[in-house]
Write a protein that binds this ligand. Structure first.
Ligand SMILES: [Zn+2]
Ligand SMILES: [Zn+2]
Length: 241
């Protein structure tokens, strides 16, 4: 259920990073543990079991970073926070949807889908207080330093995490890599033009490995692949306008 992406960084997921598990969950194993995202609700025991299998206790988890407010990333947040007492870290623009001040917007143009009972169950999450809002450029003292990169578009407060020392980026849903590199789904993306600008911002950074909210990590030629994808998007975008 978990794979080692690079030294001290684990990805917990199903094969495609989709389905009932929800988005990928990452474990950063430094002096203390940090989780990145939490999957769909109902997976708390599974996550803690996996943490245990790797030789850690729930109380070793000091931080939970949330890349954005969607239910497939915050589903187990409240339960994990309760079990671990970890500090919840996210961007202030998504915080109101996580702490319950605002109801999470459902998929645009697909109202029937947000009313479908099984989906509504998954989409409903228990609010959790955000302890530490982080903004673009902030540095977190985790695994030799994580830089927060604000990449709005999919949601207003979407962030990427740039682990400079590991030359690795965790993108959340800025991009997915289920079967190939792709944009996040349109109905779930708040502002596609802004999203495309954020992908260009990602391409301007320096890295060797990219980990996604959905799908497998890109470990081979990751930077040129992302640059190429961003350039093709830019070209398409210019043709349209
Ligand atoms: Zn997702
Ligand atoms: Zn999402």
């Amino acid at each position: 259920m978990s794979m080692l992406v690079t030294e001290r960084i684990y990805q917990f997921s199903s094969v495609s990073g989709a389905g009932l598990w929800g988005g990928n969950v990452f474990l950063l194993a430094g002096n203390e543990l940090t989780l990145v995202d939490t999957g769909y609700r109902g997976g708390t025991k599974r996550i803690l079991k996996e943490v245990g299998r790797l030789g850690y206790y729930p109380s070793d988890i000091a931080n939970i970073i949330i890349t954005h407010h969607h239910a497939d990333h915050v589903g187990n947040l409240a339960a994990l926070k309760l079990a671990t007492q970890a500090k919840v870290i996210t961007h202030p623009a998504d915080a109101p949807y996580i702490d319950g001040r605002l109801p999470p917007p459902g998929p645009a143009g697909l109202r029937w889908l947000s009313k479908a009972v099984p989906l509504r169950r998954l989409w409903t999450t228990t609010p959790a207080a955000v302890d530490m809002p982080v903004n673009d450029g902030d540095q977190l003292p985790i695994l030799d330093g994580i830089k927060v990169v604000h990449t709005p578009g999919h949601t207003p407060g979407s962030i990427c995490l740039w682990l400079k020392h590991q030359r690795l980026i965790i993108t959340g849903d800025l991009l997915a890599n289920r079967f190939r590199l792709s944009l996040p789904s349109k109905p779930f993306t708040a502002d596609m033009a802004q999203e495309i600008r954020s992908i260009a911002k990602l391409a301007s950074l320096d890295f060797d490995i990219v980990c996604f909210g959905h799908g497998s990590p890109l470990v081979d030629k990751a930077h040129p692949t992302i640059v190429n994808f961003a350039e093709r998007l830019e070209g398409k975008h210019q043709r349209v306008h």
